[in-house]
Design a protein around this ligand. Structure first.
Ligand SMILES: Cc1cc2nc3c(=O)[nH]c(=O)nc-3n(C[C@H](O)[C@H](O)[C@H](O)COP(=O)(O)O)c2cc1C
Length: 343
């Protein structure tokens, strides 16, 4: 039986400090290790990496899709964007610069790597092993204007911008949208079944799979899977979740919404990159982030939410709350060998 110590050891091992080398020989496994530390929807890690001379291609692993919460695979492609962003910063640490583009023929993200003597390890690179979603309440304090400015800039990408919602009235409106999303999602049997299938209820299960939403991260006691599945049916209610989300959003300094001009795979990858960069910058500033995507995931709410945001022609892609607060145990990842494609 694996213990929580075994779990923490596994989580720390994949986050060991990187080897930054500038001798011109690219350590691609290090690039991929850093890429896999990115966020992914339900921690599905829906990626495969193909290594070639001077390039890495991140391909979707559709066996890990979540058809209920993500029927068009938009979250899946955003997750690939998150991994791509980490890879870019990891390449810089090895004195390589990277050009990233979505290739519709490959259905993947192609990253071309060039030797660049001026590229070096940055604060965002050093933040990669520390970035995490902290899903608990924050300290309720505002951020300094300069911190907000730096964060907003970090989340801006080609055709993606960040809307910062900071006032109490704006947070109240978000709380209302999230609560409506919770009702829709948590009263849907298929949504609940899919969510529960990705929850890892004890260290044994989490370490065996190396993926999913671990109870250790969300502060739940380790339980046998059969018992936990029975209990979660009782505790996972729209009302209970809405109360937790309201407390968490009120405790946050603000909410950031990532919006894109287009709504296709290339735009989803860009939105994922924008979030990951925002989150790395937040980590470097000791600021926590957590997703609250319900009003975007629930189709019947999304256009209403976009109207409230005053968007004309743009698309809401991701929403996170942020603020200062404590850390949480880290999530796990699968071994690198499981995600590298053999040529
Ligand atoms: C596209 C995308 C959508 C996500 N949606 C949610 C969400 O709706 N709610 C949530 O709590 N976390 C969400 N997450 C966060 C993942 O659960 C988290 O990244 C994963 O469990 C790994 O944990 P880590 O980010 O702490 O490493 C999302 C992540 C991504 C990339």
């Amino acid at each position: 039986m694996a213990s929580t110590d075994d779990y923490d050891k596994a989580a720390n091992d994949i986050r060991r400090p990187g080897t930054s080398q500038a001798d011109g020989v690219l350590d691609t496994r290090e690039l991929i290790r850093h890429a896999t530390l990115a966020a992914s929807s339900h921690n599905t890690q829906p990626w495969k990496f193909r290594i070639q001379q001077d390039s890495v291609t991140i391909l979707p692993d559709f066996s890990r899709r979540c058809p209920v919460v993500d029927p068009d695979d938009s979250h899946l492609f955003k997750s690939l964007g998150c991994a791509a962003e980490n890879l870019v910063h990891a390449a810089k640490a090895q004195s390589f610069s990277a050009d990233v583009r979505f290739d519709p023929d490959e259905d993947g993200v192609v990253i071309l790597l060039h030797r660049d003597a001026s590229a070096h390890p940055t604060d965002l690179y050093r933040a990669i092993p520390q970035r995490q979603c902290v899903k608990t309440a924050y300290d309720g304090k505002s951020l300094e204007a300069w911190e907000l400015d730096v964060l907003e800039k970090a989340g801006e990408r080609k055709d993606v911008r960040v809307i910062m919602l900071l006032s109490a009235a704006q947070k109240d409106a978000v709380i209302d949208y999230v609560a409506r999303g919770n009702i829709d999602q948590l009263t849907d049997r298929a949504f609940r079944d899919e969510l529960v299938s990705w929850i890892r209820f004890n260290p044994n299960e989490a370490i065996r799979t190396g993926d999913g939403l671990s109870g250790r991260v969300s502060g739940q006691p380790a339980l046998p899977t059969w018992l936990a599945k029975w209990i979660i049916k009782l505790v996972l209610t729209p009302k209970g979740q809405a109360e937790t989300d309201a407390t968490n959003i009120k405790s946050s300094a603000g909410v950031a919404v990532f919006v894109s001009r287009e709504d296709d795979k290339a735009a989803w990858v860009e939105a994922g990159r924008a979030y990951e960069r925002f989150a790395l910058q937040a980590t470097a500033l000791n600021v926590r982030t957590a997703f609250i995507n319900q009003p975007i995931e629930v189709r019947s709410l999304r256009s209403n939410f976009e109207q409230w945001l005053n968007l004309s022609g743009e698309n809401a892609q991701l929403m996170v709350r942020f603020g200062h607060g404590g850390t949480a145990p880290f999530s796990l990842r699968r071994p690198i060998d499981d995600v590298v494609l053999e040529e």
